[in-house]
Design a protein around this ligand. Structure first.
Ligand SMILES: NC(=O)C1=CN([C@@H]2O[C@H](COP(=O)(O)OP(=O)(O)OC[C@H]3O[C@@H](n4cnc5c(N)ncnc54)[C@H](O)[C@@H]3O)[C@@H](O)[C@H]2O)[C@H](O)CC1
Length: 290
């Protein structure tokens, strides 16, 4: 009989691996330096990651009329900016609202992606108050008219410690939106995380009492170690939201060559360079769903 942890136990049965933060960083460095593959620029990787994550988002959040894309200060935020524009260009009539409270800093690439969003019809930049209103509408605390899907592109594999300002309030409301009492049917996607759910320790177990658990997690290249805690029987029964996330989890990003798979032990990853699909379920028994 299928177990509740099936999303990850089948992954492990197929020899699937979860990358640590250090491995994820080393793999990115290899992709850029051309170790075990043809070299790519960070920009090319980010554009592919964001476009393919957009494919998964548009496919799974079919009823969303608004996408609120929450972008952090690093490359995870850059992926979010690419996704924001892709959603606006690829779905007719959709409204895309982008929040990036820290600005591009010194990154020319981030600044370029912001400008591309600015020049795209249907993409608008929002301040914190507007995002808070959308989160309150989504939680039913405030009347609203549009079905909104929130994209968490706040932090990826370089996140450390506890969430700091200016992200604290939004993160708190996002977490409340995905609390155990608000669990949704597997087919309904209102929250999406790129690569890692923000606030999770990349290499450790999430604090399941007070943690943001998205409806859909899109791992880029490969799932990260924080997810492996699902399969730790010592932790006891996983909360329903975690089990749900395990079932819907997909991997996007066609970056890997056979040589890189060998180098990082990523034999079970369903996507390779040249794959014709943009994303695939992590639970390989659900592969036909992508
Ligand atoms: N091959 C791929 O899979 C690709 C993945 N990409 C994405 O890049 C991120 C990792 O990007 P990086 O810039 O290293 O880090 P982050 O986005 O996680 O952000 C770092 C940023 O966040 C600040 N920060 C860290 N901790 C906190 C905190 N507790 N509170 C507030 N702020 C915090 C830190 O100071 C930095 O400014 C990866 O996950 C993928 O999403 C690439 O796009 C390339 C392809």
């Amino acid at each position: 009989m299928a177990s509740d942890r099936d999303g990850y136990s089948t992954w492990c049965r197929y020899g699937g691996k979860f990358l640590s933060a250090a491995e994820a960083r080393a793999l990115d460095d290899d992709l850029i330096a051309g170790v075990g593959c043809e070299a790519s620029t960070l920009e090319a990787l980010m554009r592919r990651a964001g476009e393919q994550a957009a494919s998964a988002t548009l496919e799974r959040a079919r009823d969303a009329e608004t996408f609120a894309v929450l972008c952090g200060p690093g490359n995870n935020g850059g992926d979010g900016l690419v996704l924001a524009r892709a959603c606006a260009l690829r779905r007719e009539g959709v409204r895309v609202v982008v929040w990036y409270p820290k600005g591009p800093g010194k990154s020319e690439l981030y600044a370029k992606l912001v400008e591309e969003c600015r020049a795209t019809r249907n993409v608008r930049f929002a301040d914190e108050a507007e995002i808070v209103d959308l989160l309150r509408e989504a939680s039913g605390d405030r009347a609203g008219t549009s079905t909104c899907c929130f994209i968490d592109a706040l932090f990826g594999f370089s996140f450390r410690g506890a969430v700091r300002e200016p992200y604290v309030n939004v993160m708190k409301l996002l977490t409340a939106l995905t609390s155990e009492s608000r669990i949704r049917d597997v087919g309904v996607v209102r929250t999406v995380s790129l690569d890692i759910p923000s606030g999770w320790s990349v290499d450790g177990a999430p604090n399941t009492d007070d943690v943001f658990i998205p409806d859909l997690l899109i791992s880029l290249t490969a799932p990260k170690r924080c997810c492996a805690t699902f399969d730790n029987p010592a932790l006891g029964e996983a909360p329903a939201r975690l089990r749900r996330m395990a079932q819907t989890h997909v991997v996007a990003g066609t970056f890997l060559t056979d040589e890189l798979c060998e180098r990082y032990g990523l034999y079970a990853i369903p996507l390779r360079r040249g794959s014709e699909i943009d994303f695939a379920p992590l639970d390989l028994s659900r592969r036909d769903e992508s």
